[in-house]
Write a protein that binds this ligand. Structure first.
Ligand code: SAM
Length: 200
């Protein structure tokens, strides 16, 4: 495993701790932009897949005071860190964080109003299976958001191409009313692919 893998993709050990500090610090602007796209309601049930240090979980919990925020992450280190960051909301049962895989989400069908993932899908071993899982756990009318700030992209055109790939994955998983949003950011633009699990 490379140092970058241990810091960000599969956070563990000292590199994972350092990566978590960087992610928690560097993602605030992206997290606030993400929230602005989600049209959150106070009683929404939200799921974040691949929450890392849990900074977005914390921001979302503040905005759904009568709702519920759940998270799944494959890294035990990230689950511990995000648990520490969200301690009060976990104690009051407004937040639940689980160690697990995007490919087999530990939640029942038709449970969430919003399912999202930020800078994690590029690491999943099978993106379509993960997005189909998000579809499964969403209620009819539920909203999905896949956010990616691809730091490896060399130009904005590459970010657009990545967005087109995310959109295609959403459609294959069954989502409708799909669309892309872009935000110019440093060091590279961010794309968000959005969609709806439509009523039958
Ligand atoms: C680059 S970090 C992003 C963390 C956070 N969402 C952010 O934007 O700062 C990727 C996260 O995805 C998690 N992850 C990677 N593969 C996963 C999988 N198959 N299922 C669930 N989580 C996964 C990692 O453990 C890590 O916490």
């Amino acid at each position: 495993m490379t140092l970058l893998d241990a810091a960000f993709a599969h956070p563990q050990g000292l590199a994972g701790r350092l990566g978590a500090m960087i992610m928690a610090y560097m993602t605030r602007q992206r997290n606030l932009w993400t929230i602005s796209l989600l049209d959150l309601r106070p009683n929404d049930h939200i799921l974040e897949v691949g929450f890392g240090p849990g900074a977005l979980i914390q921001e979302m919990a503040l905005r759904v005071p009568e709702g519920f925020v759940a998270g799944v992450d494959a890294s035990s280190l990230m689950v511990r860190q995000a648990t520490r960051r969200n301690k009060k909301a976990i104690q009051s049962k407004q937040v639940v964080l689980k160690e697990g895989s995007a490919l087999t989400l530990p939640f029942e069908d038709n449970w969430f109003d919003v399912a999202l993932s930020a800078n994690s899908i590029q690491i999943w071993p099978d993106q379509l299976t993960g997005v189909k899982e998000m579809y499964r756990v969403l209620k009819r009318g539920g909203r999905v958001a896949l956010i990616l700030q691809p730091v490896w992209a060399k130009a904005d055109q590459e970010v657009k191409d990545i967005g087109a790939g995310l959109l295609s994955t959403l459609k294959q998983a069954g989502f409708q009313q799909t669309r892309l949003e872009f935000k110019s950011m440093k060091p590279v633009s961010t794309v968000c692919a959005l969609g709806i699990k439509e009523c039958a």
